[in-house]
Ligand binder design. Structure first.
Ligand code: NAP
Length: 213
């Protein structure tokens, strides 16, 4: 892992920054993909190299020379359905295609709980879940070595490093801290037991290693 380069897409995001920091702290080469030069300094101070690219353009060159890709970008709840299509669906699919062309060895996708069956989710986020479902499907059909993480509702609480992959019955318990998602991403990058696996992810009682075995 020390000799590999990891590109984090969505690096200025909340999970993105935590992932960049964890990777840099363990001595791994990390490239933070951001869309705004003014975000560069804070990511460089975490130990990342920075590449500036917009997900709505051709960003294929950002993946060249990278062995690992983490996709943790998202259009966010305050944008319209156009951005759901352009970022959560199309930018994710473009990343899968670019990663295939660039012979990427590991691809970690941050998807969402409920992406397996959008018809079962809340009506108001159904288009988002459809976008996530379709991107996950394209990745599963690809030849890439992937891990898809489908976390529950994200919290900014401190991480516990204790998780579970079984979905709790109560919607209020279908939650997880961004710290723990970032730790799970790093685990997936360094463990072959998660190859070509899909996991929902919630706060729980198991270590990340045990839960994702
Ligand atoms: N919120 C939840 O409860 C929840 C639950 C499950 C899964 N998820 C998923 O978890 C992931 C990460 O969540 P988060 O809270 O870390 O998200 P976040 O803080 O909103 O970060 C998303 C990142 O995507 C980047 N991005 C958006 N459009 C872009 C573009 N055109 N070009 C380049 N970058 C672009 C944003 O860049 P800027 O910083 O420049 O805006 C931002 O840094 C997302 O995929 C989300 O769908 C969220």
């Amino acid at each position: 892992m020390k000799n590999t380069k990891t590109l984090v897409i969505g690096a200025n995001g909340q999970i993105g920054k935590k992932t960049v920091k964890l990777l840099a702290d363990t001595g791994m080469a990390v490239i933070a993909m951001i869309r705004d030069q003014s975000q560069a300094e804070s990511l460089e101070s975490l130990g990342a190299e920075v590449v500036i690219a917009d997900l709505e353009s051709d960003f294929s060159t950002a993946l060249i020379g990278c062995q690992n890709v983490v996709f943790t970008a998202g259009s966010g709840a305050s944008t319209g359905l156009d951005k759901t299509l352009l970022i959560d669906l199309w930018a994710a699919i473009k990343t899968i295609n670019y990663a295939t062309e660039a012979n990427v060895q590991r691809f970690i996708m941050v998807s969402a709980r409920g992406a397996d069956n959008p018809d079962n989710g809340p009506e108001r986020i159904k288009p988002y879940l459809v976008a996530k479902h379709a991107a996950d499907f394209v990745l599963m059909e690809s030849e890439l070595n992937y891990t898809i993480l489908q976390p529950g509702r994200l919290l900014n609480d401190a991480g516990t490093a204790l998780v579970q992959t079984n979905r709790p019955t109560e919607a209020s318990e279908q939650i997880i801290s961004r710290d723990d998602v970032a730790a799970a991403i790093v685990h997936c990058l360094t463990s072959s037991t998660t190859d070509r696996q899909v996991y929902e992810l919630f706060s729980g009682t198991q270590t990340i290693t045990d839960a994702l075995s």
